[in-house]
Write a protein that binds this ligand. Sequence first.
Ligand SMILES: [Zn+2]
Length: 324
Amino acid sequence: MSNKRKAQSTLFQSWNCEPKRQKTEENEKVSTQSNKENSSVSRKFKPEWTIKWSFVRYDVEKNAMFCKLCEKSGRNNIWTTSGCDRFKADAISKHAKTDDHLFATGAQKSSGDLDKSAAIAAEHERTAVEGLMMNIYYLAKRNKASSAIADLNKLLLHHNLTKFNSIQKGSKLMYEHHESVREMQNAMAKVVQDDLLDDIKNSAVYSIMADESTDVSTEKTLMLYVRYIKNGAPKVSFLEVVELAGDECNSENICNTILRVLEQRNLCVTNLSCITTDGASVMTGCRSGVTTLMKEKNCQLLSIHCIAHRLLSLLDKQQTTSHI
Ligand SMILES: [Zn+2]
């Protein structure tokens, strides 16, 4: 074949074939469009699919299906972006087998397992801490040293109490350090004190008993007891031991300490009807004793010299005058 003939043949073929290809593309385009139109007309989302495939979510506005699991685990596919509008059960089944969806399913399962484990651990810890707090409360109520908590716990573990399983040796949940014990004591004291303060506030009037003391570290402290009315009957309760304000144990510092405690506990000084103290001049001195200073804050305040201290001073006097 000559070159001219070859060129003619190629030209003829290309001229003859091109329209055919164009025709096929057009046919495909028309066919796809027609299918899509047919699909949107005939195929609609079926609500029962959300029962069979619980991860499917149907968006009415977008008229598309989304995958809740893929969305939750931040996957980037058509089921999380524009949504799948191919409303066929087959489309959902296919998505359920994709790597993205399987990854999302795995993440959801691990997250569920983790939550479950954390909940079980928290429940065990809560039960163990509850038991430990009861032990600490038991020691405090019987005036036993807090340092006995380790031995008490050991005894309970020895008896295989399941409640204490999570505080086995080697576990971080021992809570026997003195700081932990003090934290628990403070938490319990807060509850007890809140109840007491509610009772005092509900009482029309109340009185206090105050006495100063010095602790083992030679710190000056003030002990306060309170007497109030509950259900028509008088009750006496321990209120607080506080460090004395200032360096000296004088009437001004004692008075300021009492007023500070009452203010901190939101107890009204005008409802304070009486203050009971020992007979020391710093307390009962008529010029600048604590009771005199307190009466400046509440002119109706009564002051009582403690009967036990009076009895004590009577015995002292009897001993010194026994020779008569
Ligand atoms: Zn998915």
